[in-house]
Ligand binder design. Sequence first.
Ligand SMILES: [Zn+2]
Length: 292
Amino acid sequence: MTEHPAVGILVYHQVGDFKTMRRHRANYCDRRRFTRQMALLARLGYRVLDLDTALDCLAGAQAAPTRAVVLTFDDGYENFAQQALPVLQDHGFPATVYAISGWLGRRAEWFAAEPGRPIPDLMSAQRLREVHAAGITIGSHTASHTRLHRASRLVLRQELRDSKAALEDILGDEVRHLSYPYNSFDRATVHAAARAGYASATTCLRGLATVADHPLALPRLAISFGDRLLAYWWRLLLGPKAAPALVEWRRHLADEPGHFRPLDADPGYGDPESSQDALPAKERDQGPMPST
Ligand SMILES: [Zn+2]
């Protein structure tokens, strides 16, 4: 157990058999590598936490294990059910899938913007129920996989509240967690997520989640297609240095209500060097991540 919890929230997208690729490598994980990665977590004694437990640890409501990770899967691909879930079940690992409420049972047509890129199937409502019944946490990835940065108040409300309500209707359970498509968010998005009733929201800011983070802007670690076991292990054990954008966002949201730790407390995290180098705290889209 540790007094300074740090949780590696891993983000996966598709798991399966894919041709070697140069682009979007962080969005594909070979199923054999995924199997080895999960076996490694088990062998190294990592505690794989569900998202609610991880939030409790970060909030100090329960003791945090020394080596803690959370597994998250964006977009709700059918290959989660086919390829990833059986491996997770072999180990008894919990995970969170962020589903797009308006795209259930369809294909990920937004991939068509790039000619030649295979367009995968997304889970249907029925499949999502089955996955949920198998113990997987279902979160929202909005209603239409839209960029939330600078969205109007109406669009924010629709994307965040409607997707939550639609998924809750399908599952008969509360949907408490959100992932921002394209890593696109700003302070207004965080406020809207709070108003919509989400307990957490994950980003693609790179770093370990700590008490320095706001629960509605949690960093994650992307696992790339090319990551071999050694690289995977390296990311987990050493933990990456918080990306400058993450340091900036931590400072930016430090005074927001609902923070794990109040502004005046010393969180013991952050990197003064990076802080000085960080870009001005202007709100902006967090960069092009066209298929996340
Ligand atoms: Zn996405």
